[in-house]
Design a protein around this ligand. Structure first.
Ligand code: SIN
Length: 282
């Protein structure tokens, strides 16, 4: 198949033009996409028209799919598709309107965290709702020495944001959903299982403490770390177009969604998310 790949920013990201993902990819094209994903960390496939089956089929080429704990926010008949959506029916959100209000990596609150996430834009607003992506290899490579010494070899305690009383979300998990996501620990500096590169793996949506450290010291170090990870030179901000399918590497990047128009009743942002399971970080 003939298609082009263009970098999107100095920080990370590339757009893929001319590839129709509604058809199965041949092995050579798949291998090129896989290499580009490892190199650029976020791919944006433009101008797609994807059925749920086609999105699930393409996602599964990379590994088994996760089913989100918010099992009442998935697309009818497709438990692998989480709706990231501001739409409501009978006054109730049909999906998660605020899946990513803070910088985070998907499934970081599970023992096996996510390899990657695909997010397909069905309806997007003309203003607002951008998604930011930050390069955590660059964050690791530029850690100030004192901060590096404070976190290297340490484990973070991770908890699903929607379980966490310190956070406020538009839609929370019920008790049964919460019981499926108890806290876990992961190394704060992880090694990418495919490239061997190190990255920072802690985030303000899920990482609530440094394991075994007193709360004040842990809060101070994490606050410095989160500020470092969000430095503008590490960030690419994606402005969505209908038909974009983004595919990000949760082992290399953090992401965040702009929520500034969430309380505007005319604000419609509706996307389909599939999440590919990965390994326990090491
Ligand atoms: C997410 O964090 O899964 C969703 C990101 C977004 O809404 O842009």
């Amino acid at each position: 198949m003939i298609f082009d790949i263009h970098p999107l920013s100095d920080a990370l990201g590339a757009e893929v033009i001319g590839l129709d993902l509604s058809e199965p990819l041949d092995d050579e094209s798949f291998a090129r996409v896989h290499r580009a994903h490892l190199e650029h960390h976020v791919l944006v496939f433009r101008d797609q028209t994807l059925s749920p089956q086609a999105q699930i089929g393409f996602s599964k080429r990379f590994g088994p799919l996760d089913q989100h704990p918010a099992d009442d926010a998935t697309l009818d008949g497709f438990p692998e598709i989480l709706m990231v959506s501001t739409k409501r029916e009978n006054g109730k959100y049909i999906g998660l309107p605020d899946a990513g209000p803070m910088w985070h990596s998907d499934l970081a609150y599970k023992k096996k965290t996510a390899l990657g996430t695909m997010l397909y834009a069905v309806e997007v607003p003309t203003e607002g709702g951008d998604t930011g992506f930050a390069n955590m290899h660059a964050a690791y490579d530029t850690l100030p020495p004192a901060l590096k010494a404070a976190v290297e070899g340490k484990r973070g305690v991770f908890l699903a944001g929607r379980n966490n009383a310190k956070r406020s979300f538009k839609r929370r998990l019920n008790q049964e959903q919460k019981s499926k996501t108890p806290p876990v620990t992961h190394p704060i500096i992880r090694t990418h299982p495919e490239t061997g590169r190190k990255s920072v793996f802690a985030n303000p949506q899920h990482t609530i403490a440094i394991d075994g450290m007193d709360e004040a010291a842990s809060d101070r170090i994490l606050s410095d770390l989160f500020a470092h990870c969000a430095r503008p030179e590490f960030v690419y901000r994606h402005k969505w177009r209908v038909g974009d399918l983004t595919f990000w590497d949760n082992r290399s990047v953090l992401h965040i969604a702009d929520q500034s128009r969430l309380d505007d009743p005319g604000y419609i942002r509706h996307l389909h998310r599939t999440t590919i399971e990965g390994d326990a970080p090491f």
